[in-house]
Design a protein around this ligand. Structure first.
Ligand code: NAD
Length: 291
């Protein structure tokens, strides 16, 4: 029997309608809308599209977004000075610096300059530490979106074998930690993992975040397992493929995300939720999470 399709687009739409109501409530209570500053340095075409999509999503739910599009010649000092200004701007509750940055700018210095209370990407070391310690804080958007999708579908996590393929700081590592906090037994795989197929075959949940089209084959999936495909691989004909061979895996899995229409829309939705969460916490005054 073919798997249930985990429809990220539909869930994202439902969540955004809810966020819109909560944004309106925040605005009525505080007199200002939640505000997100999006900083883009240079002219990377993919980054421009991501930034535009984020801005449109903000507008649709009533979050005030301001874009700072800086030339690729921008110095690190200029960028840090903009972040300092945004950190102190009371109308701005979230700051997102679109990665990658031009090579002359130290990404780490930039991420660390963002106030942790406004770090809606959840990449600041203070928020990473809070995630590891299972304390309240802003969580990275893609893994948060994956958990929302799994929870909505009622996929059980406690006690299950979860295999995450890919150990990036933005997806694989934080997701592994979140699944651990949900009592899954987590295996985190990467380019040096031996016999990846065998590791995947024992999983009740497989998450692929690699960036290699159709790396995960249908016969790597345990019958009935849940499969989350994070990969976005542009094909020569312009179409998109995930990291999972969908046509094969859909025959074996219990539930599976499509590409596109699975994880992607949930990622942007979590950015909106993080901006709202940051706005609420900043409006409530200093707390452990905002210091
Ligand atoms: P990355 O590019 O930083 O790292 C890739 C990871 O895959 C590494 O940890 C590497 O060890 C592992 N890897 C590489 N080859 C492997 C192999 N043969 N077997 C096992 N592991 C291997 O990863 P990323 O930034 O997390 O991106 C992964 C994919 O997810 C990309 O296609 C990216 O476009 C996509 N992505 C999608 C979203 C979304 O919202 N849908 C968000 C972030 C990333």
């Amino acid at each position: 029997m073919a798997a249930t399709i985990l429809d990220g687009k539909a869930l994202a739409q439902a969540r955004r309608a809810q966020i819109q109501e909560e944004v309106a409530r925040f605005r009525a209570e505080t007199g200002i809308p939640p505000g997100l500053a999006v900083v883009l340095v240079g002219d990377d075409p993919a980054s421009r599209i991501y930034v535009r999509n984020k801005e449109r999503a903000c507008q649709a739910v009533g979050i005030a977004s301001e874009q700072h599009h800086l030339p690729s010649s921008t110095s690190q000092a200029q960028l840090l000075s903009l972040i300092d200004r945004l950190n102190r701007d009371p109308r701005i509750h979230g700051i997102l610096v679109q990665l990658p940055l031009p090579p002359h700018i130290d990404e780490r210095a930039v991420i660390e300059a963002i106030h942790p209370a406004k770090d809606v990407d959840g990449f600041h070391p203070a928020n990473v530490a809070r995630l590891v310690l299972n304390q309240e804080g802003l969580r990275p958007c893609t893994p948060a979106g994956i958990l929302a999708l799994l929870d909505h579908a009622g996929v059980p996590l406690a006690g299950t074998e979860a295999v995450v393929v890919g150990r990036s700081n933005i997806v694989g590592k934080p997701l592994a930690m979140m699944l651990l906090h949900r009592d899954a037994t987590v295996t985190l795989c990467h380019s040096r993992t031996r016999d990846l197929a065998a590791v995947c075959r024992r999983a009740d949940l497989v998450v692929a975040a690699v960036g290699r089209a159709e790396l995960i084959r249908g016969d790597w999936i345990k019958p009935g397992a849940a499969v989350i495909d994070v990969g976005i691989n542009r094909q020569p004909d312009g179409s998109l493929k995930g990291d999972v061979a969908f046509d094969e895996a859909v025959q074996v899995a219990g539930a599976i995300t499509p590409v596109p229409g699975g994880v992607g829309p949930m990622t942007i939705t979590m950015l909106l939720e993080n901006t709202l969460q940051a706005a609420r916490q900043l409006a409530a005054g200093p707390s452990e999470a905002t210091r």
